[in-house]
Design a protein around this ligand. Sequence first.
Ligand code: ADP
Length: 480
Amino acid sequence: MRVLSVASEVYPLIKTGGLADVAGALPPALAAHGVEMRTLLPGYRSVMARLSKRPKVLHRYEGLLGVPARLLAAKVEGLDLIVLDAPSLYDRPGGPYGDEGGKDHPDNWLRFAALSRAGADVAGGLLADFAPDLVQAHDWQAAMTAAYMKFSGITVPSMVTVHNLAFQGHFPAEVFGGLDLPAEAFAMDGVEYYGGVGFLKAGLECAWAVTTVSPTYAREIMTPDFGMGLDGLMTRRADTLFGIVNGIDTEVWNPETDPHLTANYSAKSLKGRKANRRELDMVFGLDPGGPLFIVVSRLTWQKGMDLLAEAADDLVAAGARLAVLGTGDAALEGAFHAAAARHRGRIGFTLGYDEPLAHLMQGGADAILVPSRFEPCGLTQLYGLRYGCVPVVARTGGLADTVIDANAAALGAKVATGLLFEPMRADALRSAVRRIVSLHADRAAWTSMQRQAMRADVSWEKSAALYADLYAALIEGSRT
Ligand code: ADP
């Protein structure tokens, strides 16, 4: 099977979130299932810098939605890439979506419509050496691929994968003229959304199938509480909506070999965790002793960080320590600075994005807190499982699908891997903290839970097989 993946970020070339991890991890994981995946991504400055001096030109556009552009072939870190080189759209400072100050680029509609148009062209047979059997487009930035395919009469099956329904790519109706779509596309079953243009909505409407990154989130987005205005559309699509949980790179995240740890360890011998804990205490200025809880997260409302800030005093009162690594809303950053100042030696806060420190935290702390209000899949709880840093998570989305709660039955059967709580309120989080502190005091039960967590399968193996099965079914369906 030949599959074209269209994505606005791909690890390790360009990353702002979990989408990049998935787009980068799927091609090698799928190769084992006979899937030849090529990835189309924008030629941002940082991506162009990774290409050879004379990359192979696959196609030259005189005007791709009015813009000069080329499709280049590249192999980077084992990934088979098609890079959309369009300097007027992508050769600029800042991140993939915004300027250096974090402000969205005003022409994002054009930048990602062009990406999607190119994706549809490749689907339609533009390239001599690669005619895909299926196209998988990720998130709103690539979702229009499915719309362009539909309105160009391209009959290759299309799939849109939603990593977070909160980001939808809404633009005013005026941009429609620049999309080079037939007038009929500006309709309910096309790109129109509440009088404007909705990129994700268009993809969800036009794709043959929709996937999201966990079965529970797939169910949740059919309800008004989680559907972000698209629950009606998702409900209509229930038969072609699938949830497949993300895996993680178990080489990059391996406590036995992780170079960012002070001491490596395995499920057999957890001894090394002590040295990592001591290092963490130093980094975060914590007094030794007491169970250590960590947070590695964007500091936002989605992640429930306001609930955590509210519960911080009780966490300290329960005898625990807290180390927080993150950036995000200024008010929440302020709240964690204040909590750290109030509880010197008990709460530590590091403002910033620090991958090595994130590894050390998983390798030295007792538990990771993920109190998200909604969570399509979540990755940090998977790292927690892999490192025996017990996840304490909200019962929502992918968190509910990947952690087995330490209730009496699960503890008795030795299958518990963490702790789930609901509702998403500060009082529930506080009682979860008390529960885990008392569990932590029972050393035998705790160690057994850590080991069980480390045995959980968090690799891409199973999920890659599910994707491959789904591709095959859609391709089969297109032939009959
Ligand atoms: P989301 O994509 O919604 O932010 P995920 O849990 O799916 O949440 O993925 C977040 C990713 O970013 C994880 O790999 C996590 O370790 C990483 N991350 C988030 N904040 C930080 C930070 N401050 N420092 C290092 N890594 C971070």
